[in-house]
Design a binder for this molecule. Structure first.
Ligand SMILES: O=C(O)c1cc(=O)[nH]c(=O)n1[C@@H]1O[C@H](COP(=O)(O)O)[C@@H](O)[C@H]1O
Length: 269
């Protein structure tokens, strides 16, 4: 069985390194003339995968927009994750979970176990209860060949309050996470751990030049980040980036052509 890092490398080589966020905001539903209900949610999310499923390497549904509609919204999320699998693409389920280890084991089973209906190829996790609190998820990801993206430096302006704080040794909190993830990748040899570093900061405040996994870069488009700006921010690490845009692509819909043009506008740059 190939692991997440290997699958990601193979697929981005074929389809380009871009992640399509599937965030059916109420404003997107309205712009697509869909009702703000579970039927509108399903039509919106599954239209994105139908139009782009064989063109993009990675899709990232944001769980919040599905959870809003309760159990029926979660059922839609399961079908969207299945559509992504059927299209031969990879899924990153954006759940940003983080909890004490014993609870983390539950989240890990929900998203990373082979027999879970909500399984994804990778998930986003928050390491701010301590890197080691994520151990059950890290171990399960290694067992099932899945991936984890750790929030290191988020795209939002408030993130710096915590992530740029310095320890008594002068290292930023985000750098601690970068270094912990890199060490875990070296130890396991699976490179299952990636980072989330927003594409919205001229200086992200952590050095990822020696990082050995994938770097998810949200914030492209609606939050002001650009593909052209990535080399200036990330230097040579640009080859390990997985830029991600949600609204910028979904605003191209609902037509398949409009979505494909929006995707091509980002990948082609
Ligand atoms: O983990 C994420 O994907 C994420 C981390 C981060 O630092 N910033 C960030 O915007 N995101 C997510 O990326 C998506 C960004 O959406 P757009 O701004 O529409 O492209 C949302 O689903 C956010 O929750």
């Amino acid at each position: 069985m190939s692991n997440y890092a290997e699958r990601l490398r193979a697929l981005t080589a074929q389809r380009g390194a871009l992640c399509v966020g599937i965030d059916p905001h109420p404003q997107i539903l309205e712009a697509w003339s869909l009702a703000d209900d579970v039927k509108g949610l399903e039509a919106c999310a599954r239209t994105v995968v139908a139009a782009l499923g064989e063109k993009a390497a990675v899709f990232k549904p944001q769980s919040a927009f599905y959870e809003v509609y309760g159990s029926e919204g979660i059922a839609v999320l399961e079908r969207v994750l299945d559509d992504i699998r059927q299209a031969g693409a990879l899924s990153i389920l954006d759940v940003k979970r983080g909890d004490i280890g014993s609870t983390m084991a539950g989240y890990a089973r929900a998203y990373l176990a082979e027999d879970s209906s909500l399984r994804a190829d990778a998930i986003t996790l928050s390491p701010y209860l301590g890197f080691e609190s994520l151990r059950p998820a890290i171990d399960l990801a290694h067992q099932t060949g899945r991936g984890i993206y750790l929030l290191a430096r988020t795209s939002n302006p408030e993130g710096g309050d915590v992530q740029l704080a310095r320890t008594e040794r002068g290292t930023s909190v985000s750098q601690l996470m970068v270094d912990a993830a890199a060490a875990e990748n070296e130890r396991s040899g699976q490179y299952a751990l990636g980072l989330v570093v927003g594409g919205t900061h001229a200086d992200p405040g952590c050095d990822v030049s020696a990082f050995n996994g994938s770097i998810l870069v949200p914030g492209i488009g609606a939050q002001g980040g650009t593909i052209e700006g990535l080399r200036g921010i990330f230097g040579d690490a640009v080859d390990r980036l997985l830029p991600s845009a949600s609204r910028q692509i979904m605003q191209g819909g609902p037509s398949a052509q409009g979505l494909q043009d929006a995707l091509a506008g980002l990948v082609g740059r």
